[in-house]
Design a protein. Structure first.
Length: 361
């Protein structure tokens, strides 16, 4: 029997745990068409919390409503690639002459300056306009999703936002969903590059509740004909802390252990699966997150790991013998990198499970 769990970045899991209702507003917007609030949405959350999977889910919802979808990651030149995608869709929809040859946007031409040159920007808007009018006559629309907007050049985001705002003003059926790390998204909105995005719906993703993880495991395993006692299911669910990547890892190794033991699971198998999942989480998430940090960043995190819960700037300043402005500089950098997050007034804590234990060991 095939292992249903998907412990890989961006891979759609066998069941979406803890996300019920989050896309209702968006789905309602698809039925309302142009200008509905849910059609403009920003998804935020720490690393591995399921942002990319949420985007994929929203894309599928849009397709089920007959909408066209363009899905891009925000790396340099992504706006031009969205332009190319739009031309492709116009050709596919078959109205009018092939456009690709005349106005292809390919990013290659303007290399490192990621902005569309002015004449291309006009073409971009015209292309979008043409596509949206075709879709409008068909009673559908276009959804654009942009992942990892924390990694992008602000000029491209603000240009995209300006164009989308323009389409909305013209009553055209467009939806836009961004996903990124929370701190970076806040910066983006506060800097005023795209004021119109402040009105977007915010979906901030969190860990799932443990009982939902248990219920999901019960369903997936019994669906595969494997019955596991409740207390073992619960033990496995607890070990995930509701963190989506760990939900997949623990599930994956539990399935593997069940397979080895002729589709039965005992205490020992659960212990083994949890250990394997935690090892893998450290390798994949923790070590890669730490790999591009400076020594000072590491000292900061090491000091945090000495606390059993959230830290304050004063505590860390004392431990690493640094002034408040230095502490706040490192704190902000680590927040932007998605490694730590604010945890109540003046406090911050690790944003990745297993990081504290790893740093202690
Ligand atoms: N709601 C969910 N329930 C169960 N598993 C999930 C859920 N959402 C995501 N996952 C799983 O968690 C892992 C991480 O998901 P995803 O890649 O979407 O996270 P992300 O927030 O985009 O991470 P990153 O910040 O690294 O881009 C994947 O293995 C995915 O299958
Ligand atoms: Mg992602």
């Amino acid at each position: 029997m095939q292992n249903p769990f998907k412990p890989t970045a961006g891979a759609t899991p066998p069941a979406l745990v803890g996300r019920a209702g989050l896309l209702d507003e968006f789905e309602y917007g698809l039925r309302q068409g142009s200008g509905a609030p849910g059609l403009l949405t920003i998804i935020t959350g720490s690393r591995g919390i399921g942002k990319t999977v949420m985007l994929t889910t929203a894309e599928n919802v849009a397709r089920n409503h007959g909408w066209a979808v363009i899905s891009r990651t925000a790396n340099p030149g992504f706006l031009a690639r969205i332009g190319d995608d739009m031309l492709g869709l116009i050709d596919e929809l078959g109205d009018g002459p092939p456009t690709r040859r005349v106005t292809a946007f390919s990013a290659a031409g303007f290399g490192l300056t990621t902005q569309l040159p002015p004449e291309r920007a006009v073409d971009w808007r015209r292309t979008g306009d043409t596509l949206l009018r075709i879709l409008d006559t068909k009673g559908t629309g276009l959804l654009i999703t942009v992942d990892e907007i924390h990694a992008v050049d602000r000029t491209e985001i603000s240009q995209l936002a300006a164009d989308v705002q323009h389409f909305i003003r013209d009553g055209l059926p467009i939806g836009l969903i961004f996903a990124g790390l929370p701190a970076a998204v806040s910066d983006l909105l506060n800097e005023g590059v795209a004021t119109f995005l402040r009105r977007a719906d915010r979906i901030n993703l969190h860990e799932a509740a443990i009982n939902e993880v248990t219920a999901s495991y019960r369903e997936l395993f019994s669906g595969g004909g494997v019955s596991i006692p409740d207390e073992l299911l619960n033990q496995a669910a607890e070990a995930t802390a509701g963190y989506p990547f760990l939900i997949q890892l623990v599930g994956y190794y539990l399935w593997l252990e069940a397979d080895k033991a002729g589709w039965t699971v005992n205490n020992d198998a659960v212990t083994k699966a949890i250990a394997a999942a935690q090892r893998r989480n450290v390798q994949v998430v923790v070590e890669s997150a730490l790999s591009d940090l400076s020594d000072k960043d590491r000292d900061f995190l090491a000091a945090m790991s000495m606390q059993d819960g959230p830290s304050t700037a004063a505590q860390i300043g004392q431990m690493i013998r640094s002034k408040p402005n230095v502490v706040s500089k490192y704190r902000n950098r680590l927040i932007a990198a998605g490694l730590i997050e604010t945890a109540g007034y003046g406090k911050f804590d690790f944003a990745i499970p297993g990081l504290r234990q790893y740093l202690r060991s």
